[in-house]
Design a protein around this ligand. Sequence first.
Ligand code: HEM
Length: 190
Amino acid sequence: MQLPPIHPAIVHFPIALIIVAFFADLIARITGRQSFRNFGFWSLLVALGTGVLTLIAGYADMVRLPLNAAGEDFVRLHMISGLTLAALLIVLTIWRWRIWKAQLPAVSRAFLGTGCLLLLLTLFQGWYGGEMVYSQGLGVAAAGKSPEMATQAQERLAAVTGFFTGKEYQTAIGSPASSESGRGASLEKK
Ligand code: HEM
């Protein structure tokens, strides 16, 4: 059985947690509140853990993709910026760990500046990854750019949906041309 793409399912964790960690530390520095200081520290730690998983999943998805020359360039750039992001995240987490250990009341300006860099790189990474998928169709079975045949991939969602609706689905959804309401075809077999 082919594994579905795993990377898109977990990318949201490091993206959200890096943003949360930055703002929690910023608020802690402005207000001096201990709760935000704790929140910033733990968020960054979990961002690192989920970031490593994201990297591994991204690599596992990448090596399974049928890529043309342009596709390889797109994914290589995404991978290089992903690895740079990971390196910066490791440095920042070690730095944050030392601040935590030293029981300093707040993070320094230099730390926040580096955190801001990481934040910008993360936003770029998320945007670029999303564009690869939604504008180029990379990894999308329905666009013929996945290791799976579209019908194979669609069977998975059809089976889960069928379990809940009690209907049997045969083909793809979302073809407005054949829809009476214009909101996508209902392609279930009664
Ligand atoms: C070694 C590093 C990485 C590699 C090789 C990689 C590879 C990929 C690949 C192949 C895709 C296309 C979808 C798929 O088949 O999974 C993708 C999409 C994406 N990547 Fe990465 N990636 C890496 C790191 C990261 C990191 C660190 C982030 C964010 C923190 C990220 C964010 C995204 C996003 C947001 C998408 C679009 C997912 C969606 O469909 O919503 N990637 N990446």
